[in-house]
Design a binder for this molecule. Structure first.
Ligand SMILES: NC(=O)c1ccc[n+]([C@@H]2O[C@H](COP(=O)([O-])OP(=O)(O)OC[C@H]3O[C@@H](n4cnc5c(N)ncnc54)[C@H](OP(=O)(O)O)[C@@H]3O)[C@@H](O)[C@H]2O)c1
Length: 330
C-alpha cells in the first residue's frame, strides 16, 4: 500500500517487521537462507528480510528513496548495505539524525538502524573484518611472528582492515609494516588520507599497481609469517586473482581471501601452498557471519556476545558453500 508521509519519496507501509538487504544481486546471497533461521533463534521470527537491488552508482534519488523507506515506515526496521556504502552516505547522509564516528571516519554507511524513531548510520566493517581477522591471527600475532601485512584492494574492506590494526591497543597485535596495493589512485589516496588523519606506529606503504607479477614480487619480499589479503573482489566479482599462479606466499604466513563464494582463484592459489610453505588459508565465511550478526544485532537491538554468535554460526554451518581445492602450479 502506498503512503504519502513524504511526497518526494512515496513509501510503502509494511505489514510485517522488515530488515532490508541493500545490494546488487541480493537474492543470490546465502543470507536469504540464513536470516530466517537466525531470526527464529534470536526470538524474532516475525522479522523478514527483503532485498533491494540498486544499479552500481545508482541515482541519488533512488538511494534517498531506499533510506526514506526505512526512515518513515515504522515496520521498516533498518538494514545492511553492501556495495553502495559510499554512495548511500553521499546521496542521503543528510537524512540520518546520527552518523556514528565509524561512518564519519570511513565515509561509508553499512548499517541503517533506528533508535526511538531516530535514523542512525554505522560503518561496521572495521568491527566485523576485525573480528574475523582476530579469530584467524589470535593474540599477539605480530609480536610472535614478526610478519607484515600486504592488503590488495584499498576499498571498503581493505580500509577497514587497516583501521582495525591501527586501533589495536596491544603493540603485539599491530604489524610493523602494512603494504596497501590498489589498481587505481583515488581509493589509495583516500586510504592514505584516512591513515594520516590518525596516529599510528605502523609503517604504511601505498602501491599503485594492477599487475599480478608485481604483486608476486611484493609478496616475495615479505618476511616469514606475513599476512596477505585479497580484498579486491577478484575471484568473485571479477574473474582472476591479483597474483599469478607463480606467486609465493610468505612461509608460515596467512592468506585471507575475504570472499567465500565464487571462483576464488586466490584461495586456490594459497591452498596449493598450504603444506609446502606452511600457509594458513582462510576464506570469507566467518567475515560473512560476523558481518550479518553485528548488523542484525544493531537493527534488532540485540546484544551480540560470543556465545550467541557461536550458536548462530553452528546453526548455519551446513549452508556454507563447499570449497574444494584444485591442483595448481606454484
Ligand atoms: N565475506 C564477506 O562477508 C565480505 C564482506 C565485505 C566484502 N566482501 C567482498 O570483498 C570484496 C571487496 O569488498 P569492498 O567492499 O572492499 O569492495 P570495494 O570497495 O569495491 O573495493 C575493492 C578494491 O579493490 C581494488 N582492486 C580491484 N582489483 C584490483 C587489483 N587487481 N589490484 C589491486 N586493487 C584492485 C579496487 O580498485 P579501484 O579503486 O580501482 O576500483 C577497489 O579499491 C567484494 O567482493 C565483497 O563482496 C566480502
Amino acid at each position: 500500500m502506498k503512503d504519502s508521509i513524504d511526497m518526494e519519496y512515496p513509501i510503502l507501509t509494511k505489514s510485517v517487521p522488515t530488515f532490508y538487504f541493500i545490494g546488487v544481486t541480493t537474492s543470490e546471497s546465502s543470507i536469504m537462507k540464513v536470516f530466517p533461521l537466525w531470526a527464529e533463534a534470536l526470538g524474532r521470527p516475525e522479522v523478514v528480510i527483503e532485498g533491494i537491488d540498486h544499479a552500481l552508482h545508482d541515482d541519488h534519488g533512488a538511494y534517498r528513496h531506499t533510506v526514506a523507506q526505512i526512515k518513515f515506515d515504522p515496520l521498516s526496521l533498518g538494514g545492511l548495505v553492501t556495495t553502495h556504502k559510499i554512495d548511500i552516505l553521499e546521496a542521503a547522509g543528510d537524512m540520518f539524525e546520527i552518523l556514528h564516528s565509524s561512518a564519519q571516519l570511513t565515509g561509508e554507511v553499512s548499517c541503517i538502524s533506528k533508535r526511538n524513531g531516530i535514523l542512525v548510520g554505522h560503518a561496521k566493517d572495521v568491527l566485523t573484518a576485525g573480528l574475523s581477522l582476530d579469530a584467524v591471527l589470535g593474540e599477539n600475532y605480530f609480536a610472535r611472528t614478526g610478519g607484515h601485512v600486504m592488503n590488495i584492494g584499498a576499498g571498503g574492506s581493505g580500509k577497514a582492515i587497516a583501521l582495525h590494526l591501527i586501533q589495536k591497543e596491544n603493540a603485539g597485535d599491530r604489524p610493523r609494516r602494512f603494504v596497501m596495493v590498489n589498481r587505481s589512485k583515488p581509493r589509495l589516496v583516500k586510504c592514505q588520507e584516512m591513515v594520516e588523519s590518525l596516529e599510528t606506529d605502523i609503517q604504511f606503504e601505498y602501491i599503485l599497481n594492477n599487475d599480478p607479477r608485481v604483486n608476486d614480487e611484493i609478496m616475495a619480499s615479505l618476511p616469514e609469517g606475513s599476512v596477505v589479503i585479497n580484498s579486491t573482489g577478484m575471484g568473485k566479482d571479477r574473474p582472476g586473482s591479483p597474483i599469478t599462479d607463480h606467486g609465493l606466499f610468505p612461509r608460515n604466513g596467512v592468506a585471507w581471501e575475504i570472499n567465500y563464494r565464487g571462483e576464488l582463484d586466490f584461495w586456490h592459489q594459497a591452498k596449493a601452498q598450504e603444506e609446502s610453505r606452511g600457509v594458513f588459508v582462510e576464506d570469507g565465511w566467518l567475515y560473512f557471519l560476523h558481518g550479518w550478526a553485528q548488523h542484525i544485532a544493531e537493527v534488532l537491538h540485540i546484544e551480540m556476545d560470543k556465545e550467541i554468535f557461536k550458536k548462530l554460526a553452528s546453526l548455519v554451518a551446513d549452508l556454507r558453500p563447499e570449497l574444494v581445492p584444485i591442483p595448481r602450479s606454484g
